[in-house]
Design a protein around this ligand. Structure first.
Ligand SMILES: Nc1ncnc2c1ncn2[C@@H]1O[C@H](COP(=O)(O)OP(=O)(O)OP(=O)(O)O)[C@@H](O)[C@H]1O
Length: 939
């Protein structure tokens, strides 16, 4: 019994409808047969979905939900194939199989009575549609041609493709993908077909795939095989299977190969076990107990992840590729043995990378990554998808089952999310997140599902020894995956050859073996130079220039990147500094405000006070300057008054002198003598005036001795009579008089110095600390002894005798007595005897009266005690003798002009008093200036 006959239900059964009870909504309703495709029809994108009526597992309809207008795939719908494993020769046909093949696209799952689905759905069957259903009579070649060949064609054109086998354990996944020697699976057939198609276009270019989808040029190094990894092909332990495939050249000839390229083929073999990625081409050491896993890394250029460190082996023949497959399979077995793993618990990923180097019109191969493109075809044998709770697994096996189911579950979730996103996008809604990152498997193939490839799934089922529920899950996964459409994004455009740089790496393409050897850069350059023309040298030089330019470009990019980084860091630093400065300033302001509030008023309020103080100070300074100016004016005025006063005093002196002379003339001399002078024909007064004038003339000579001596007398007079105590300045003045040289009798007489000295000796002082009186007496005696001029003395004597013999005698006697009273320096008396006491007393009285009259003004000086002038006059008058008063009255009566002179003198005195008073008041006013309640700045 063939499995075909067994598994394909009769046509009458194909129309089994879904359970009318609506217990399930996860089945598909089969369309009419006319709508279905035939098995021989080539695979055309989207064709199989047209007119499809499907039952969505996500709908909530209680019964089968029918979509009259299913979403149209936009570009590349996932191709879902179902392969039903045939019965093994030892198996017994079970006619009660739950899987019924309705046609080449549809199958029906009829839940057995002991299944969970039967209880849940009350025995209702599910129908599932696939791109193609391959029954048990489908051979490997047929499966390859219908499932993989379209992808291979797509791959050869430079696109990515993914095909994986999905199913529970022992469903035939490995058989489908790898097969065996006699029944080679998809992988060896793909390799065989690929090499057959590209046999004349295989490239020698030194370009290799790196990361996710990048190309890198490399240099061959005999000591370093890390670029091509071809050393593992030399492993003698690997027994390359000699596949006997019926894949004829006709199959390969069905593939279109772009003629404008040379192709380099690289293969890798990886395994994902327990969510870790391993390189199956990495041979384990014998003592190795732990497998080194490989990380997934992110390629920034494309945005997708890749297995970092996974070996890519450059294969130049199909056999080399088989060797690689065999190597990976052997390592997988060893790992399983050493690590107690089960190969059926891992996902194996065999990847073929195809690098396409363009060939220009001059038959030069552009071996430059900037112009080359790469595509990848991944063939994945997934682990068994059975539920671990049904496998009675424990420990490691339980963990394996959990991870397997996790990755497959995530794969299913991704499919479901992608399908929903398509519906959302079509309805204008925002697509959701697809959980690619939840497993390594989906992370690796995220790009294929999202943008840049075609996906095909071969669902393997073994309906004879696998439970209904497990295969039901596989069917549901396939149903969902089939609805997914991958969208082909525009791949990154490579540079067109028309714009190719002169420095691009390129090699003249030769088809002959000889020319290949010549052009192989690995051959000796000397030999090359011997056999080739200048083209090779030219090419090498161009390559050298290109490498140099690339190096310079790389340096430039590095410098730019570094500069940008430094600029960025600088900007961030500046921003940070600005922040700190603002914060610091803010803190300072807060501090200032706090201090201002603490002292009771803001700091700003203090400034106006200070300003007011400054204004007040400026005002006071102005007042001070004004007052100083007034003081200066007053001082100048005072000096003027002093001068005027001095002038008046001198005038008074002269007038007094004239009055005394007049008195002498009128009171003591006969009027006839006044009228005529028998000797000289002049009056006594006239002579006196004449003498005075002559004396004045005499002493008002060039040295002004008279004036100086007269000043000394005046100074002495003012100083002595200032107060009761004889002052120090009187002592100084007296010194000057004592030391005055050339003093003559006339000088003493005319300046009345002798009278003053006499007055000092007779005045009573409280104290005399400088012995002024004694010294005045000594000086008076000294002056009295001065020799009188002979002529003058005689003349005076004659005049005196003629005018008034008594007066003259008295004077003579007094002078003589003074002279006689002098003693020698040794104290002995060397003068004649004195006058009688009575005579001396009279002389003294006369002299005293005369001197008192002469010095009357002294007692009127402001500094004298009893400053009142009238009192002083009275005091002076009270000291006058009765004879003196009488003589004055007589003189006034006899000579009315004297009264007039006296009156004039009084007027002058009054004027002087007023002046002095005015000056005093001015000083007083200045000293007692009103303060206006303010502080006197002068204080
Ligand atoms: N279509 C088929 N024709 C003939 N034999 C098959 C077919 N499919 C599977 N087999 C056989 O079934 C057995 C199990 O197949 P296979 O190992 O491929 O299953 P599997 O799904 O890969 O299992 P696991 O998940 O454990 O790896 C193998 O001996 C294989 O030869």
């Amino acid at each position: 019994m063939t499995s075909d006959d067994t598994n394909v239900p009769p046509a009458t059964d194909r129309g089994v409808s879904h359970a009318s009870t609506g217990a399930t909504n996860s089945s598909f309703q089969r369309p009419s047969r006319s709508q279905s495709t035939t098995a021989n029809q080539p695979l055309i994108e989207g064709k199989h979905q047209e007119g499809m009526v499907l039952s969505s597992s996500t709908t909530t309809s209680p019964s089968t939900t029918t979509f009259s207008a299913p979403p149209q795939p936009r570009k590349n719908p996932v191709q879902a194939y179902l392969r039903i494993r045939p019965l093994s020769p030892t198996q017994v046909v079970d006619s009660s199989s739950y899987l019924k093949v309705l046609d080449d696209e549809w199958v029906s799952l009829i839940p057995p009575q002991d299944s969970h689905a039967y209880r849940k759905r009350q025995g209702a069957s599910d129908q599932y549609q696939f791109t193609k259903v391959f029954t048990n009579n489908t051979n490997q070649q047929q499966l390859f041609e219908e499932t993989t060949l379209p992808l291979l064609q797509y791959f050869l054109h430079g696109n990515n493709a993914l095909i994986f086998a999905y199913g529970v354990t022992n469903s035939g996944k490995t058989y489908t993908m790898l097969g065996n020697k006699t029944e080679a699976g998809i992988v060896p057939r793909t390799i065989q077909c690929l090499f057959s198609a590209l046999q004349d276009r295989l490239s020698q270019s030194l370009l290799k795939p790196v990361m996710h989808g990048s190309i890198q040029a490399y240099e061959l190094d005999p000591r370093n095989d890390s670029h091509e990894n071809r050393s593992l092909l030399l492993d003698n332990d690997v027994h390359t299977p000699d596949y006997t495939m019926d894949t004829s050249n006709d199959t390969a000839n069905r593939l279109e190969v772009d003629a404008g390229f040379e192709y380099g083929i690289w293969v890798s073999f990886a395994e994902i076990y327990n969510e870790k990625v391993y390189d199956l081409l990495e041979s384990p050491s014998k003592k190795q107990t732990k497998r080194p896993s490989l990380p997934l890394k992110y390629e920034y250029r494309s945005g997708y992840k890749y297995v970092a460190g996974l070996k890519n082996v450059r294969v130049k023949t199909a056999k080399e590729a088989y060797t690689v497959i065999q190597k990976g399979q052997q390592n997988r077995v060893v790992f399983s043995t050493q690590m107690n793993q089960s190969s059926s618990r891992s996902h194996s990923i065999f990847t073929i990378s195809l690098i396409r180097c363009p060939v220009d019109s001059a038959d030069y191969v552009i071996e430059d990554p900037a112009y080359a493109t790469m595509s990848k075809l991944s063939i994945v044998d997934l682990a068994g998808s059975e539920r671990y709770r049904n496998t009675f697994n424990q420990g490691q096996r339980l963990k394996e089952a959990g991870n397997i189911n996790k990755s497959l579950m995530v794969l299913g979730q991704c499919m479901e999310a992608l399908r929903l996103n398509q519906l959302k996008i079509e309805s204008g809604r925002r697509p959701g997140v697809v959980p690619f990152r939840q497993s390594k498997l989906t992370e690796l193939f995220k790009n294929t599902f999202e943008s840049d490839g075609k996906v095909a799934i071969v669902v393997n089922v073994n309906p004879f020894d696998t439970g209904f529920d497990e295969n039901s899950g596989v069917m549901k996964f396939a149903a969902i995956a089939k609805e997914v459409t991958t969208v082909q994004q525009q791949k990154q455009q490579k540079l067109p050859l028309s714009e190719m740089s002169e420095t691009a790496l390129k090699r003249l393409r030769r088809n002959t073996t000889e020319s290949k050897n010549e052009l192989d850069p690995r051959i000796n350059l000397d030999n090359a130079c011997q056999h080739c023309d200048g083209a090779l040298i030219k090419t090498l030089l161009e390559q050298l220039d290109s490498l140099r330019n690339k190096w310079l470009d790389a340096e430039k990019r590095y410098a730019t990147l570094e500069s940008d980084t430094r600029r960025q860091v600088s900007m961030e630093t500046n921003v940070e500094a600005e922040k700190w400065r603002d914060m610091y300033m803010s803190l300072l302001k807060q501090k200032s405000d706090t201090i201002g509030a603490r002292i009771g008023h803001p700091m700003n309020d203090i400034v106006p006070e200070e300003t007011n103080d400054r204004v007040s100070l400026a005002s006071l300074e102005a007042q001070q300057q004004q007052l100083s100016s007034e003081i200066d004016k007053l001082h100048a005025l005072s000096k003027e008054y002093d001068k005027e006063r001095q002038t008046l005093l001198e005038k008074i002196d002269h007038m007094e002198l004239g009055i005394k002379l007049e008195e002498l003339t009128t009171s003591n001399l006969p009027s006839n003598h006044l009228a005529s002078d028998p000797l000289n024909g002049s009056t006594f007064a006239a002579r006196e005036l004449q003498r005075s004038d002559s004396g004045a003339t005499q002493y008002s000579g060039s040295d002004d001795r008279y004036g100086t001596f007269l000043d000394l007398r005046k100074q002495l007079r003012r100083s002595v009579f200032k107060r009761d105590e004889l002052p120090e300045d009187a002592e100084g003045i007296l010194n000057q008089i004592e030391q005055f040289e050339g003093v003559t009798f006339d000088l003493v007489k005319n300046t009345k110095m002798g009278k003053l000295l006499k007055l000092i000796t007779q005045e009573e002082f409280k104290s005399d600390p400088y012995s002024i009186q004694q010294r005045a007496l000594d000086l008076f005696k000294r002056f009295a002894r001065l020799p009188r001029p002979i002529a003058t003395t005689t003349q005076l004597h004659q005049d005196t005798m003629a005018l008034d013999p008594t007066e003259d005698t008295l004077m003579e006697d007094f002078m003589d007595r003074l002279n006689d009273e002098g003693t020698d320096d040794d104290g002995r008396t060397n003068n004649p005897p004195l006058l009688s006491q009575k005579k001396a007393t009279e002389i003294e009285l006369q002299w005293h009266d005369q001197v008192t009259d002469d010095d009357e003004d002294l007692h009127a000086s402001p500094g004298h005690q009893g400053t009142d002038d009238s009192d002083t006059s009275v005091a002076c008058d009270s000291r006058k003798s009765p004879s003196r008063k009488r003589r004055s009255l007589d003189a006034s009566t006899k000579h009315p002009h004297l009264t007039q002179i006296n009156n004039t003198l009084k007027d002058v005195k009054e004027s002087l008093k007023e002046t002095v008073k005015h000056v005093g008041v001015s000083h007083e006013q200045h000293d007692k200036r009103p303060q206006d309640g303010k502080t006197n700045p002068m204080e």
